[in-house]
Design a protein around this ligand. Sequence first.
Ligand code: ZN
Length: 142
Amino acid sequence: MLMRGLKQGRCFLIRLDHSVDIVKQISDFLDKEKIEAAALWAIGALKGARIAYYDQTSHEYKTISIDEPMELVSFIGNATLLNGKPFLHAHVSLAFSDGKVVGGHLEAGLVFAAEVLLQELIGEPLIREHDSTTGLYLWGQQ
Ligand code: ZN
């Protein structure tokens, strides 16, 4: 187990733009505000999404594309550094009109309406690097 002590930096409540990708909007905000680490939460609704499931044997993501309106029931994620730039890692739960929920690793999502709470974290840089055990880019290798 690895642990890093961090301090709280700025805190933002962000209302995202309609019909623009959620990952792009948050990533652009991280770039613009020069945020290197953060915890993020969001709720709202998406017009469509692309989520993924990580196969722990093949070490590959299986993509699931959904092209219908959904509630963004929960979005939880973090921002760290990958290749010297802020990198958003988020997982979502999405509900259909019948209340059934799917979830996974968020790759993209077209915003209907969404509100993001972003807590900047200050401390030693959290740099993601390839981890041979999992095949994932994890922080704390350095
Ligand atoms: Zn993930």
